[in-house]
Design a protein. Structure first.
Length: 63
């Protein structure tokens, strides 16, 4: 299973937020959307979630 990463440093922000969230895609989308709402003042919406989902990256697994 490949985990996904949402890296807050990749989102435009004036806060220099360094949070990264990793996990299964649906978990990351939910957690990152909640983070964007609570910390960055975004409005929760299907558009926000699709933006979050589009910005996810595959976690690089080191063996
Ligand atoms: Zn953030």
């Amino acid at each position: 299973m490949t985990r996904k990463i949402a890296d807050c440093r990749k989102y435009p922000s004036e806060m220099n937020c360094s949070l990264t969230i990793s996990g299964e895609e649906d978990e990351v989308v939910r957690a990152a959307s909640e983070h964007a709402v609570s910390v960055h003042g975004h409005e929760d919406s299907p558009e926000l979630r699709s933006q979050v989902r589009a910005a996810l990256e595959d976690e690089r697994v080191s063996v």
